[in-house]
Design a protein around this ligand. Structure first.
Ligand code: GAP
Length: 448
């Protein structure tokens, strides 16, 4: 992990947030390369969820959330971690981190009793801070999908099964943020709420687990680094009938990358008016708080039903960490040296190609490189850069280290004969190619 964290800072992937003022724990900023990697991962998820399917719509809802939403969803009561304080060294721990009834930091047994700590952040809405005008920063993106259920079906005429996908920020006041971007207080989720006919939910749950596993391996995660964990008993979230976690071998251990839950009709039911009319099957809260019935017409049986929900919920930041970890390699070279290489799948690479004039500031070479860069950039397949720094060996090393799949060198052959040299990141092989063929080569390389 230390090597990866150092690389992320050195090359501009991820920085400690608010660093020049001492930093804020559990927050990270994505730098020039990190933002590209993260955007590429989100784009890949969005394409697979929304564009490649015919049964999913997108949503981008607000982060600030009405307190009643999180009251009726059960988060006000249940979204807590039991917290223990060490009276001796004043450190604070989640109960599950305490072994042998002693403080993990100083070993003292003088600990407070566990008490619930709500993980949701609150903020004041409007100019008057009298304690009543507050909203929560959403702890999951899901609730905004549920409360927009009717808006989406009314505006799209969807029938079951169908899903609503959303990518966005979520906030949790984690007691012990740790392991770099693995457990943080501000993070992004990629969540799909897939609404199905009750009774078909178990089948859909299995289908989504398979589909999500395939997606992660398509992003370059090796299948042998992933394990499925069936969550049971008290470990299930308050809304879930069954959950399967996709666990990944992170540098610090095997932990959750994504959870796929069968949320039944818990959430739509909890946010619905007059639940008794709807014949709900799950043990939802009894309330009349919202003014809406979040239900859909069952065309076959001609009655209003509350669908069940299958929810694949992935963390963007945990995805970025897993992908960086998979891609990171230190390779021994024949000459006794070694190189660091990030072997990203091309669709995730922050920079798709670097065009390198052989000699720094040579006007003819730089002009030729810039015009090729503009052609490749115009294909809209991702970021292409001109690397006008002169030392070709150093440039190759740099682009290996940031995961650029191909480097294209513009030399005097290019000026005289329109021939470039293409170098492959993974094999380090170099081949000559006619300049007029580079755009097709680049397109095929990225789209194959
Ligand atoms: N809507 C369901 C839900 O939020 P969750 O298991 O609490 O379920 C889903 O969170 C995913 O969000 C996790 O699998 C993880 O990838 C990510 N996640 C949760 N808490 C996180 C945190 N503190 N830091 C980074 N990612 C987190």
């Amino acid at each position: 992990m230390d090597e990866l964290v150092a690389l992320c800072k050195r090359r501009g992937f991820i920085f400690q947030s608010n660093e020049i003022y001492g930093g804020l724990q559990g927050l990270y900023d994505y730098g020039p390369l990190g933002v590209e990697l993260k955007n590429n991962l989100k784009q890949s998820w969005w394409s697979s969820m929304v564009y490649d399917r015919d049964d999913v719509e997108g949503l981008d809802a607000s982060i600030l959330t009405h307190p009643d939403v999180l009251r009726f969803s059960g988060h006000e009561d249940t979204f807590t971690d039991p917290l223990v304080d060490c009276k001796k060294c004043k450190s604070r721990w989640r109960l599950d981190q305490i072994t042998d009834s002693s403080c993990p930091s100083c070993g003292s047994a003088d600990l407070t009793d566990p008490r619930p700590f709500n993980l949701m952040f609150k903020t004041t809405v409007g100019p008057v801070d009298d304690g009543s005008n507050f909203a929560y920063l959403r702890p999951e993106t899901a609730q905004q999908i549920f409360i927009n259920f009717k808006n989406v079906i009314d505006s799209t005429s969807r029938s079951l099964p169908f899903g609503i996908a959303q990518i966005g920020k979520a906030f949790r006041n984690e007691i012990t943020p740790r392991n770099f971007i693995f457990r943080v207080r501000e993070f992004e989720q990629m969540e799909l709420e897939f609404f199905v006919l009750p009774g078909t939910d178990d089948d859909w749950h299995k289908k989504w687990v398979d589909s999500r596993l395939k997606w992660w391996t398509d992003q370059g995660i090796k299948a042998n680094k992933i394990k499925l964990l069936n969550i049971t008993g008290d470990d299930l979230a308050h809304y879930s009938k069954s959950t399967v976690d996709i666990m990944y071998e992170f540098p610090h251990g095997l932990e959750e990358l994504e959870g796929i839950a069968n949320r039944t009709d818990f959430d739509l039911g909890s946010h619905s008016k007059n639940q008794d009319d709807l014949g709900l099957t799950s043990n939802t809260l009894k309330n009349n708080a919202s003014n809406t019935k979040l239900a859909i017409q069952d065309i076959e049986n001609k009655k209003l039903i509350v669908p069940y929900v299958i929810e694949p919920s992935a963390g963007v930041d945990r995805g970025v960490l897993a992908i960086l970890n998979e891609a990171f390699n230190v390779e021994k070279l024949g000459d006794g040296k070694e190189r660091i290489v990030l072997s990203f799948k091309p669709h995730l690479a922050p920079i798709k190609a670097a065009v390198i004039p052989l000699k720094k500031n040579n006007e003819d070479l730089v002009n030729k490189a810039t015009s090729l860069k503009n052609i490749l950039q115009g294909l809209r397949l991702g970021r292409v850069v001109v690397e006008n720094t002169g030392n070709i060996g150093k440039n190759y090393r740099k682009h290996d280290e940031i995961g650029t799949p191909i480097c294209i060198t513009i030399d005097f052959d290019t000026l005289e004969k329109d021939i470039v040299t293409i170098r492959d990141r993974d094999t380090m092989k170099q081949e000559k190619l006619e300049l007029s063929k580079v755009a097709d080569y680049f397109r095929n390389f990225l789209l194959s």
